[in-house]
Design a protein around this ligand. Structure first.
Ligand code: GTP
Length: 367
């Protein structure tokens, strides 16, 4: 089996599906003992679900990843009741779970405009606190993009995605319903001998031009973001969408799929991915597979068949290229074990990263 690359671990600096932030409510203002004045409360920190943003945008805009509410104003002779500190809003994507650093769920944000308070501001000083204000709550939180499945199938119509999902899952896939999506993908569960299950989503409707919202374009592409890894599916013999559209080889299909992802959101191309070459039971399939593998090793040499604007800036790196036949079952068991291996590798990597982050946080508390 050709293994083109094994380097693309879940990229924390690139395609982000979780983010750790420091949040602190603003401190309260001082009371005024002489006149019984009350300090203003500190501002709260909120996470607000917003369209068209990503975790990466938050990270790029706030590299320190610190969000602090405004301080409440001290009570003064001119304003006995000090003004309240300004609230701080973290604009986050729709469809995230917010948890504390140790994994306790603070809440979910599923629709645009929903808000969640993550750190309360301190109280202003009053006669009951000897006019001393209190500090705001301070903590680390995690924003996690809610995933719809471990794997997402990416392929043009007729590549055999539904057949593959059925072959993999040994069952009729279920249609899942998610609060934060309008389009409901079909989800199949793949069972392993040790009872571990992984979920695979058949994401319907990708056609050439999906990025300009042809077909179900954007809705489809939105789902691609919400899977851990991608499973590209191509027909070994290539495809033709309609009688008027050009015939595309399997290699061209891979590049067109990549381009659609790139045009929608460039980071998607850095997701871990496996390539399934389906319909290996068809005549000449072995020759075509050999040709495809060669083309994938030197994509630049073979991309001139595509229109310039359809050549991706970066080629997709596949951890495995796997010939299968969804019809006969050829290659399915091997595919299952490669999927498992690829997901396990990333899970291990992620655990290491989380441990490191916690250790660093602990160290910075001690210093
Ligand atoms: N010979 C052969 N035909 C296959 C194989 N897998 C799927 N097909 C056929 O290819 C056609 C398309 O298969 P689907 O599984 O519906 O493909 P799809 O990618 O889900 O298509 P859309 O639902 O249009 O997105 C069907 O006629 C299948 O019977 C295969 O391994 N070998």
């Amino acid at each position: 089996m050709v293994q083109l690359s094994r380097i693309c671990f879940r990229k924390y600096g690139n395609l982000l599906d979780n983010l750790r932030l420091y949040v602190r409510g603003g401190s309260g203002g001082m009371g005024l003992p002489r006149l019984g004045g009350q300090g203003g409360s500190g501002g709260d920190v909120w996470v607000v679900a917003t369209k068209n943003t990503t975790l990466k945008k938050i990270k790029d805009k706030y590299p320190q990843k610190r969000f602090v509410g405004g301080a409440g104003a001290n009570s003064s002779t001119r304003a006995l009741k000090g003004e309240r500190g300004k609230d701080k809003e973290i604009l986050a994507p729709v469809g995230i779970a917010v948890t504390t650093d140790d994994g306790k769920i603070i809440g979910d944000l599923n629709t645009e405009g929903e808000r969640l308070m993550v750190a309360k501001g301190g109280s202003g000083g009053t006669q009951y606190s000897a006019f001393e204000p209190s500090r705001g709550q301070a903590k680390h939180i995690r924003l996690d993009l809610k995933l719809i499945a471990d794997l997402g199938l990416v392929g043009f119509p007729n590549a055999g995605k539904s057949s593959l999902l059925t072959a993999l899952s040994n069952a009729t896939p279920q249609i899942a319903s998610y609060a934060f999506t309008t389009l409901r993908p079909e989800i199949g569960k793949v069972m392993y001998k040790d009872y571990k299950q992984i979920s695979v989503a058949d994401l319907p409707g990708l056609i050439e031009g999906a990025h300009i919202n042809k077909g179900m374009g954007h809705k489809f592409l939105k789902h691609v973001e919400r899977t851990k890894q991608l499973l590209f599916v191509v027909d070994v013999s290539g495809f033709q969408l309609a009688s008027k559209t050009p015939f595309r080889s399997a290699f061209e299909a891979v590049q067109l799929l990549t381009k659609e992802l790139e045009l929608y959101k460039e980071e998607l191309v850095s997701k871990p991915a496996l390539l399934v070459v389906n319909k290996m039971d068809l005549p000449d399939a072995e020759d075509k597979l050999a040709e495809l593998k060669e083309q994938l090793q030197n994509p630049d040499e073979f991309s001139d068949l595509l229109p310039d604007d359809m050549i991706p800036k970066n080629y997709m790196t596949f951890r495995h290229v796997l010939p299968v036949s969804a019809s006969t079952g050829f290659g399915i068991e091997h595919l299952k074990s490669c999927i498992r291996q690829s997901l396990d590798e990333d899970a291990e990597m992620e655990t290491k990263v989380i441990r490191q982050e916690r250790l660093q946080a602990l160290r910075s508390h001690l210093h």
